[in-house]
Design a protein around this ligand. Structure first.
Ligand SMILES: Nc1ncnc2c1ncn2[C@@H]1O[C@H](COP(=O)(O)OP(=O)(O)O)[C@@H](O)[C@H]1O
Ligand SMILES: [Mg+2]
Length: 328
């Protein structure tokens, strides 16, 4: 097994007497995409800031590539790239000049800085706007340039704090693709998000973080596998109402003992048999009852189902909170 590239032990952060991060421990392997998923105020930014040397832990240890990142952040700075949730670039400088400036901070040589800046503008679809001042960029363009700046020195590990929050759908899609490409090229990714779909699509492993605590860490596939034990078939029936709903459900319970039935709406119902069985029997049952079946599909669990079960947090609420905060 590979050594861990990031190792965090009992990490805590207090702001005065408020504990924002409560003794969390986790490890990330080289080449992984690891994500922290949690609602507003969970402690994601505080954690990422400690990992990247932007905030000092109150207690605990952080090792990055074997170096002590708390005592000696300088030793790890060249290995890591940082993309904060709010941009850290200069409004008055052009996109190109921002990139060249960031490269100089990392000690990249002049010729190489200019080549890298051009290359990244091209890669991020910003070649046409590279000469415009940063302040004239849209939110999506700003976020892309901030990511370009974060990887100008080709770091081994990239930290991204909510990379797609608050930007347009197309830019978000491009960013997810870029993150995957970087990871395919060998970059280890640590990201935070409050978008469940993003964690599901991008991450190999996720940690659920709530109220400063990590309540669960696992591979996305393993988390979803747990809920897959329940086998759900959703049927969409015709408008024909030869039998009232309750009567139909009663008849089904008799025909298929042990089955559970959840009504989604007047045409759709979810059937949970005790064990896996062919769906043909159910279709025949509906047709015999004068209810043509328009669609039958197996419902796969989503990461959302798992997150809700483990944390008890409703996703809709999580999104509302976040967006409310951003508007202010
Ligand atoms: N500089 C600070 N001073 C005091 N409290 C803070 C500070 N930064 C964050 N907090 C608090 O710590 C908690 C975690 O915040 P944060 O890490 O930003 O959460 P997240 O990024 O998950 O939304 C929140 O309750 C927040 O209000
Ligand atoms: Mg945050």
């Amino acid at each position: 097994m590979d050594a861990n590239i990031i190792e965090v032990t009992n990490l805590s952060k207090y702001f005065d007497d408020f504990q924002a991060v409560k003794g969390i421990s986790f490890a990330v392997k080289p080449g992984e995409v690891f994500g922290f998923l949690g609602p507003n105020g969970a402690g994601k930014t505080t954690t990422i800031n400690m990992l990247t040397g932007l905030a000092r832990p109150t207690a605990g240890a952080i090792r990055i590539n074997g170096s002590d990142a708390v005592q000696d952040i300088a030793a790890v700075q060249q290995m890591i790239g940082i993309v904060p949730d709010e941009s850290n670039l200069y409004d008055e400088l052009s996109g190109y000049d921002n990139l060249v400036f960031c490269a100089s901070l990392y000690g990249v040589r002049k010729r190489e800085r200019e080549r890298r800046a051009e290359e990244l503008l091209e890669q991020f679809g910003l070649a046409d706007t590279g000469r415009r001042p940063f302040k004239a960029y849209s939110k999506g363009m700003k976020r892309k340039l901030t990511i370009a700046a974060g990887i100008i020195h080709e770091p081994q590990i990239l930290f991204l704090d909510e990379p797609t929050t608050g930007i347009d759908v197309e830019s978000a899609r491009q960013i997810r693709r870029l993150v995957r490409e970087l990871n395919d090229g060998g970059t280890t990714i640590f990201l935070t998000t409050h978008y469940i779909e993003e964690a599901e699509r991008l991450c190999d492993r996720v940690g659920f973080i709530v109220g400063g605590k990590v309540v669960r860490i696992d591979r996305v596939t393993a988390l979803m596998g747990e809920d897959e034990k329940e086998y759900i078939i959703e049927f969409t029936l015709g408008e024909g109402n030869s039998r009232p709903e309750a009567g139909l459900d009663q008849a089904m319970l008799q025909a298929f003992p042990g089955v559970k039935i959840n009504r989604v709406d007047h045409r759709r119902l979810r059937v949970i048999p005790e064990k896996r069985e062919p769906i043909a029997g159910f279709i025949k049952f509906f047709e015999d009852a004068g209810q043509p079946v328009y669609e039958a599909k197996i419902i796969r669990p989503t990461l959302e189902d798992v997150f809700v079960r483990i944390t008890g947090i409703e996703i809709a609420k999580m999104k509302r909170e976040k967006e409310g905060r951003r508007k202010r």
